[in-house]
Design a protein around this ligand. Structure first.
Ligand code: SDX
Length: 432
């Protein structure tokens, strides 16, 4: 067996066990690769590395397929509701009406946040980014719920899951109200999940506020589409943080921080900023050229995906609903929507994007709908976090209950200096 430390690019032939899931690529079990063969594997960004077994979500990137617990996203988008999908993702089966009623009732009884938490917002400047406020306040929940240290107890896992799903909208709305200097609006549990959030965002104590049912339906659908997505960066962050046994609210906070990045959940905000900067159809060729220029860090935000090498099925659904939502809300077509459609048309005809299989992803059109609902751009990733909280808690529960899971601790290919002895300061040459 060649010495794994040799520098030359060598090849080696190994016999490794193969594991096959229900559907999708089989995996090479490399858990004994180092102990039996003296090798690590090298896969920057874990593009082809399965970190765990999971029964929650399946994605086929080549075919543009997304299944939550086996159900196609297209059918759930058409027939289900966000809380029903949350139940499905958490429990593995679609609920009966009484199961859904009990689940919804449990969520409603956790929508309030401790009054002390509300005072946290006074510590932020009014122009603090809502994702910064969400990260700070959700991270503080671990101070209010220390009892979750014994989280192997299934009832505590359920309680944690319900608290996160129920409280994120309340915390998100409080962040928005703080940013606009309006008084906080308490949750109204009889309204339903999306209606309640819109009410907390836009109601004022000075007058009655009636939620537009079209807006609530559009938001509920966006939440279904964003609820889970296999081992994406933020979900993997929640799993990795959770694998140390930390308080699960701290693990969720780590996921929120990861989601904020423009390469991940922050892309929906970046898409609107990009379209606003492009401003006119005549500028599209210049920005497409920049996106193709290796010397220019600019990328088409909302385009490309680590897994989808076909149209993101979620983007397809959002794209088809956008015009209808704008029309039903009585809005004129958003000029940014026309610009986005034209940008997509031009990019998808360009060899650079065709060869690399770069298509619009979930973030490309979602911001257009959030804008139509009156949600400010800085709140777009917060909306993503609210929906993805379902996937985060489901994967955290799956991880803590998985007998194969252990502390996540990747290795590396070391390329630094070999062993060397200390040099007295007077003997050092240095650069200056
Ligand atoms: C989400 O993982 C998930 O499931 C995420 C998500 C979820 O639900 O959790 O789906 C949500 O995060 C969607 C992605 C949102 N991000 C963006 O829209 C940001 C713009 N997209 C890119 O930054 C990029 O496409 C990534 C980060 C999404 C994926 O990058 P990869 O997999 O690391 O691919 P890559 O960088 O290796 O790209 C391959 C090639 C490169 O060119 P070459 O070196 O081969 O010449 O494609 C190019 C890249 O330069 N490329 C782009 C591009 N995306 C990839 N070129 C221009 N514009 C782009 N957007």
């Amino acid at each position: 067996m060649p010495n794994p430390k040799s520098k030359a690019q060598e090849t080696c032939t190994l016999t490794l066990p193969v594991r096959q899931g229900t559907v999708g690529p089989a995996v090479l079990d490399i858990s004994k690769l180092y102990s039996e063969h003296g090798y690590f594997t090298y896969d920057p960004g874990y593009a082809v590395t399965a970190s765990c077994e999971s029964a929650i979500t399946y994605i086929d990137g080549e075919k543009g397929i997304l299944l939550y617990r086996g159900y196609p996203i297209e059918q759930l988008a058409e027939k289900s509701t966000f809380l029903e999908v949350a139940y499905l993702i958490l429990n593995g089966e679609l609920p009966t009406q009484s199961e859904l009623d009990r689940f919804s009732d449990a969520i409603w009884h956790h929508t309030l946040i401790n009054e002390s938490l509300l005072r946290f917002f006074n510590g932020f400047h009014h122009d603090a980014h809502p994702m910064a406020m969400l990260t700070g306040v959700v991270g503080s929940l671990s101070a209010f719920y220390p009892d979750t240290q014994d989280f192997r107890d299934p009832t505590r896992q359920t309680l944690f899951s319900q608290r996160i799903i129920a409280k994120l909208p309340t915390i998100a709305a409080a962040a928005y109200k703080h940013s606009v200097g309006h008084p906080f609006v308490y949750p109204r549990n009889e309204l339903g999940y999306a209606n309640n959030l819109l009410h907390m965002l836009f109601a004022l104590p000075t007058e009655e506020y009636t939620v537009n049912p079209v807006a609530a339906q559009a938001l509920d659908l966006l939440f279904i589409l964003h609820a889970d997505h296999e081992q994406n960066a933020s979900t993997s962050t929640v799993r990795l943080a959770g694998s140390s046994g930390t308080n699960p609210y701290a693990a969720i906070t780590a996921g929120i921080g990861c989601l904020w990045g423009p390469a991940h959940g922050g892309a929906n905000e970046a898409v609107i900023n990009m379209l606003t900067e492009i401003q006119d159809v005549k500028n599209i060729p210049r920005y497409v050229a920049r996106a193709k220029d290796k010397d220019d860090p600019f990328r088409l935000m909302g385009f490309g995906h680590r897994v989808y090498k076909n149209y993101d099925p979620r983007a397809k659904i959002i794209r088809s609903m956008t015009y209808k939502v704008l029309e039903n809300l009585g809005h004129r077509p958003d000029p940014l929507l026309d610009l986005a459609m034209k940008l997509e048309e031009i990019a998808l005809r360009d060899d650079y994007f065709i060869e690399r299989k770069l298509y619009p992803n979930v973030d490309f059109y979602s911001g257009i709908i959030y804008r139509a609902l009156g949600i400010p751009t800085s709140m777009f990733t917060v909306m993503f976090a609210i929906a993805r909280s379902v996937g985060w808690v489901a994967h955290w529960c799956e991880m803590v209950n998985d007998p194969e899971q252990r502390l996540g601790r990747p290795r590396q290919l070391y390329i630094g200096p070999g062993r060397r002895d200390y040099v007295e300061r007077s003997q050092r040459s240095g650069k200056s």
